[in-house]
Design a protein around this ligand. Structure first.
Ligand SMILES: Cc1cc2nc3c(=O)[nH]c(=O)nc-3n(C[C@H](O)[C@H](O)[C@H](O)COP(=O)(O)OP(=O)(O)OC[C@H]3O[C@@H](n4cnc5c(N)ncnc54)[C@H](O)[C@@H]3O)c2cc1C
Length: 406
């Protein structure tokens, strides 16, 4: 949609082909239905949140940066607000207002929107290495001076992004960097994890490690599930995990008390135990941990649950501190694309001109959005990538006819 608007504003006659019965089906579910459409960070900080190929985005981002996106939506009648972590949402908290703004702009710029229209293949002049148009699944052929492939990735297939864009790119000779579900829950080996299903932990630190190599460090909120772990902190960690280690076992270390050093935590335990001296160990941790977590921690500490706390030795307390400061899990993989916020991998950006988004292999063929090998952390950065690359692809594609006529 942003590509169509960019191209139409730049003077092109544009047709948007959408397989669904309406536009913006994925946008509708973004940000839990509120659409975190960008991030109001300092523009130069944006690249720090991009996981794959941030440099490729320089031209696109400076053509339409986060402030540009904010201005675009405000001017299109969608008022915005900035929340914690500089996340930008519509004031209404309704993603439908973001979609309405885009539909409104497309109408204003006279973009022809064809719904329930699926592109099957590209029409290519292989000899001249030029695009000629597209063929639809109903057999119809549409000719065009330029084609922008913005079919999204492979995650949440029910929204329409079923990986068609990769097939179209391959048809044009492009290579696809290996696809991985990212910003996705992690599967863990330990059986005790299941007992914690539904437990959410706030203000914890996690470290993801392969042997001695740090893959990810972070602080925030996480959640236990029947298969493993999820929540904001884990989703971020997953993107670093799949990048290099997908499906290989790595260690996840959770620091349940990151604000306390081991010494301070030991002092706290001594105090708690003194206050509860006649209680059994298993009943003396209520002040320190959520109820659901206590039996697991008791078990992992190796201290007898029925032991009176005044009999717990210093050595045993040390074991407990170790568990509290470094609860260990083994990550063995991720959940699938159906649960992934984003697809990592995609059209190889080395084969796309970053200044225009045009294919380096086929004249007049452009790419934008998640179909490219670009992905970022949560916080509005993935949509920013889609807006920036879409706008640049649109403007560049609009110049195609002029170039041809020269
Ligand atoms: C649950 C969830 C929440 C998210 N929340 C956020 C968030 O709050 N902030 C954020 O920045 N990012 C978020 N994301 C990521 C973000 O939604 C995507 O990165 C972004 O939508 C990608 O835009 P796109 O235009 O490239 O692809 P898409 O939005 O997937 O759009 C591609 C479109 O192409 C259509 N299409 C596909 N194949 C064909 C074909 N052959 N013919 C015709 N049409 C076709 C599809 O139907 C679809 O409408 C979220 C993702 C998910 C799954």
């Amino acid at each position: 949609m942003m590509a169509a608007i960019g191209a139409a504003k730049a003077g092109a006659k544009v047709t948007l082909l959408e397989k669904n019965e309406k536009t913006g089906k994925k946008l509708y579910i973004t940000g839990k239905g509120r659409c975190n459409l960008t991030n109001a960070c300092e523009p130069d900080d944006f690249f720090g949140y991009v996981i794959s190929n941030s440099k490729f985005l320089y031209s696109a981002f400076y053509q339409m940066n986060n402030q540009g996106v904010i201005n675009f939506f405000e001017e299109s009648g969608c008022r915005l607000k900035t929340e914690r972590g500089e996340r930008v949402f519509p004031v209404s908290d309704h993603s439908s207002d973001v979609i309405a703004a885009l539909n409104g702009q497309m109408e204003k710029e006279q973009v022809a929107v064809w719904l329930k229209t699926t592109v099957k293949s590209l029409l290519l002049d292989q000899e001249k290495k030029m695009i000629r148009g597209v063929q639809l699944t109903d057999g119809k052929k549409l000719t065009a001076d330029a084609v922008i492939v913005a079919c999204g990735g492979k995650s949440y297939e029910t929204t329409g992004s079923a990986g068609d864009g990769y097939q179209l790119a391959e048809q044009a000779g492009h290579t696809i960097k290996e696809l991985h579900p990212a910003l996705v829950p992690l599967i863990v080996k330990e059986e005790w994890c299941k007992r914690l299903q539904g437990l959410s932990l706030r203000n914890v630190s996690i470290a993801l490690q392969k042997d001695k190599k740090r893959i990810y460090n972070g602080f925030g909120e996480m959640l236990f599930t029947h298969f493993g772990v999820s929540g904001p902190l884990i989703l971020s960690a997953s993107s670093y995990y799949v990048k290099k280690y997908d499906h290989t076992p790595v260690r996840l270390c959770i620091d349940l008390k990151p604000a306390l050093t081991k010494e301070a935590l030991d002092k706290r335990l001594v105090r708690d135990f003194e206050e509860n001296k006649n209680r059994q160990f298993k009943n003396a941790l209520d002040g320190l941990l959520p109820a659901k977590l206590i039996p697991v921690i008791v078990e992992l500490s190796g201290i007898l649950p029925e032991k009176r706390v005044n009999e717990v030795t210093k050595q045993e307390r040390n074991c407990l501190t170790e568990v509290l400061k470094g609860l260990e899990l083994t990550v063995t993989g991720t959940r699938g694309f159906a649960e992934a916020i984003i697809t990592q991998g995609g059209v190889n950006v080395k084969e796309v001109n970053p200044a225009t988004m045009e294919s380096k292999l086929i004249d007049g063929l452009y790419f934008a959005g998640e179909v490219l090998d670009l992905d970022a952390l949560t916080g509005g950065f993935n949509l920013q990538i889609a807006w920036s690359t879409g706008q640049l692809a649109g403007i560049s594609a609009a110049q195609e006819k002029e170039r041809e006529e020269q």
